[in-house]
Design a protein around this ligand. Structure first.
Ligand SMILES: [Cu+2]
Length: 283
C-alpha cells in the first residue's frame, strides 16, 4: 500500500512537471529554501501553476485584473503568510514549486512594492512597484524559442535586494513570461509574491515605478504579435524595449537617471502613459 501511494504521488508530480508550467513557491535565504508558501502568498487557483493570459484564460484571470499583482485570491492568504527578514544588499531567491524548471522562452523579472502602512500582511499591492532584476536574452545566437533566453531552464530567480533599499515591509513579485503564444495573444505570465521585511539604513528612491495592473497591456507586441518562430532577434529586442521589460532595473540610488524614452517632469511618465492604453481584452 505504501508503495502504491508513493508511486501515485510520483505520478502526480510527473504529471505536473510534464505540463511545463510553474509557479514560485519557496523563498531561499542564505541558501536555505523555505517551505512552500511559507513566505510566498499562495494562490487559491485549483491548478496553481497555470499561467495568466490575455485570451483563452484559466479562471478568467488576465493581466488587466488586480489579482495580476500576486496571483488569484492570494491576498486572502496574506495574513497567514510569514514575513521573511532580510537586510538591504542581501541576495535571496524565489524558487519554483515541485523544483520545476522554466520550460518556456521569455523574460524574467522581479518587482518590489513597499507596504505604505508598514504591514505587508495587510497590503494589497495597489501602490507603486519598481523593478530590481531583469533577465532577457543571454544567448542571441541561440534558439529564440528556447535557450536564447537567460531564464530558460532556471529553477529559481536569484537577485539582490538593492543596497540602498529603505527599511520596511515589501512585496517581492517574481515573474516569468512565456512568449511562445504571443503570436495569438497568448503570452503566459507566471508570478507570485513574497512578503519580506528589509532592515538597514537605506535611503534610495526608485526612479521609475509602475502600477499593477497597468504596466503591461496587449497592445504591446512583445505579448501580442511577436512570433518567436518568425521574428529576428533584433525585432524581439525592439519589442522588449517598448515594455517595462526593457526598462533599467533600479540599482538603489536616489537619483538614477530616467531613461531617455521616459524623460519627462513626472517621476513615473511611462507608467502613466502605459496605464492609459486600455487593453482590448477584458475577459
Ligand atoms: Cu505554457
Amino acid at each position: 500500500m505504501k508503495q502504491f501511494l508513493s508511486l501515485f504521488a510520483m505520478g502526480a508530480v510527473l504529471a505536473k512537471t510534464a505540463s511545463a508550467h510553474y509557479i514560485f513557491s519557496k523563498l531561499v535565504i542564505d541558501g536555505e529554501a523555505s517551505a512552500d508558501w511559507q513566505y510566498i502568498r499562495q494562490t487559491t487557483r485549483s491548478e496553481n501553476y497555470m499561467p495568466t493570459k490575455y485570451s483563452n484564460t484559466f479562471d478568467n484571470l488576465t493581466p488587466s485584473d488586480s489579482d495580476f499583482r500576486c496571483n488569484l485570491g492570494s491576498f486572502s492568504n496574506a495574513a497567514k503568510t510569514e514575513v521573511a527578514e532580510v537586510a538591504a544588499g542581501d541576495r535571496i531567491a524565489m524558487r519554483l514549486f515541485y523544483d520545476g524548471t522554466i520550460a518556456h522562452p521569455g523574460p524574467g523579472q522581479v518587482y518590489m512594492s513597499k507596504a505604505p502602512s508598514g504591514n505587508v500582511q495587510e497590503y494589497e499591492g495597489d501602490g507603486e512597484w519598481f523593478k530590481i532584476w531583469e533577465k532577457t536574452l543571454c544567448n542571441k545566437e541561440g534558439d529564440l524559442t528556447k535557450t536564447a533566453w537567460c531564464a530558460y531552464g532556471m529553477s529559481e530567480f536569484e537577485f539582490q535586494i538593492p543596497d540602498n533599499t529603505p527599511a520596511g515591509e515589501y512585496l517581492v513579485r517574481a515573474e516569468h513570461v512565456g512568449l511562445h503564444g504571443a503570436q495569438s495573444n497568448e503570452a503566459e505570465f507566471f508570478y507570485s509574491c513574497a512578503q519580506i521585511k528589509v532592515s538597514g539604513s537605506g535611503n534610495g528612491i526608485p526612479s521609475l515605478t509602475y502600477k499593477i495592473p497597468g504596466l503591461y497591456n496587449d497592445s504591446m507586441e512583445l505579448f501580442n504579435g511577436l512570433n518567436l518562430w518568425v521574428n529576428t532577434v533584433d525585432e524581439v529586442e525592439v519589442d522588449i524595449t517598448k515594455t517595462p521589460v526593457g526598462d533599467d532595473v533600479w540599482d538603489g540610488s536616489r537619483s538614477s537617471a530616467l531613461r531617455s524614452s521616459s524623460a519627462a517632469p513626472s517621476a513615473t511618465p511611462s507608467a502613466g502613459v502605459r496605464s492609459s492604453i486600455i487593453s482590448s481584452c477584458s475577459l
